[in-house]
Design a protein around this ligand. Sequence first.
Ligand SMILES: Cc1ncc(COP(=O)(O)O)c(C=O)c1O
Length: 419
Amino acid sequence: MAKIIDKPASGDTLDVERIRADFPILTRRVGDKPLVYLDSAATSQKPQQVIDAESDFYAHHNANAHRGIHMLGEEATELFEGARGKVARFLNAPSAESIVFTRGTTESMNLIAHGWGRKFLKAGDEILITEMEHHSNIVPWQLTAQQTGATLRYLPITDDGLLDLSQLESVLTERTKIFSVTGMSNALGTITPLPRLIEAAHAVGAVVAVDGAQLVPHLSVDVQALDLDFIVFSGHKMLGPTASGGLYGRREILDAMDPFIGGGEMILEVFPDYSTWKEVPYKFEGGTMNIAQEIGLGAAIDYLEAIGMDAVRAHEEEINAYALKRIGEAGATIYGPTDPDLRGGAVSFWYKDVHPHDLATIVNEEGVAIRAGHHCAQLVMRRYGVPATARASFYIYNTKDEVDVLISALERAEQVFAL
Ligand SMILES: Cc1ncc(COP(=O)(O)O)c(C=O)c1O
C-alpha cells in the first residue's frame, strides 16, 4: 500500500540560511524587529526565482496562450504547457492532460462538485466529507447536495484531532458516491491516513477527491501510487504566485465530466442551441487563463524539486516537534495530534487567557506573523468548543530560533494582558 508519510532518508537536511537568502521579503522588518513569518499555511512567501519567472514572462513573452500563431503566442503557449508538464511530473501524474489549471484549491473543488457532482449524483446517493474540512471542501458539496438531492454525510473527528476511523464503516457505504477528504488539516495540522481511506472508498465503489492545499506543498505526493481519482492544490501555498494551482484528475473521470466554466477557448464548435467541447484538460479552461501565475508555479516546483520533498518534510518535522514542545511548555492548549509524525507544519493553539486575535496583535509587535481566527474551519472550532485559535505554521525557510522568538512574544502577550 502506498505510504503518505515515508520517513525521509537520513542526511536530507536543508541549508536554511541559503534558502532564506532567496526570499527577499524575509529581510523586512516590523518596526525595529526582524520579520518572523509563521503564516505559511495561509500563503507561503516566494523565492526570487518565482518572482523572476513571472516578471520574465511579462517582460519578454507576454501573449495569450493557445491563441496567437505569432512568435509571442507560441512562446506563451510553450511556457504555460511547460508548467503543466512540471506539475504532472511533481505529482507523478500519468500525463500532462490529467492536470487542469485553476486559481487554486477552492476553484478546483468547485469544478469537481459541479462538473462531476451535478452530472453523476442523484437523490439517494451520498457524499462523504469529514468534520476536519476547510470550508472550500464543505460549501461546494452543500451546494451540489441541494441541487442533486444527494445527502451530505460527515466522518467525525476524535478528541485528539484525528479522523474517527471507528466510524468509517457506518458512513462509507455502497450509497457513498464520492469521498472528499483533506490530506492535511489547516486547522489541526493532522495528516490523514490517505492510503487506508482511498482503499476503503474504492472498495465501496466511491470516487475519492483529496484536498491537497496543505499536503502538496509539504509532502511528496504520488497520485498513481495512491491510486487517487482527484487531488486539488493551490500554488500560492507552495512558493508559487496567487491564483495558480489546479487539480489532478483520473483521465477517464475527467473525460466523462461536464465543463465547469463555459466560454472562449474551451469549445470545439458553437451552435445556436448547443456547443461541443475540446479535449481534457482544455474543456475545463474557459477564458484567458492565469498564464503568468502557472509559469511562476512551474518555477516554484523547480525550486522544491531542487531541494527535494524528503528534505522539506524532514526539516518541517524537526521544526514542528520543537514548536509543539515549546508552545506546549509555554502553557498553551494545542489542538490536533501530539505526535509530530502525524502532523504537518501547522500548530493551532489557545494561549492562557489571551484571545487569539489579541495574541496575534501583540506578537505582531514583536515582528511575529501568526494567524488568528477560525481558519475557514468552523466545524473544527465547534467540535473543540472554541471560537478561534492562534496558528503558527512553518515552511522551508523557518528556523528554531524563530520558534524561540514566538515563545518570547507569547510571554510578552501574557504580561500585557496580566496588567
Ligand atoms: C486545507 C485547505 N483547503 C482549502 C484551502 C483553500 O485554498 P485557496 O484559498 O487557495 O483556494 C485552504 C487554504 O487555506 C486550506 O488550508
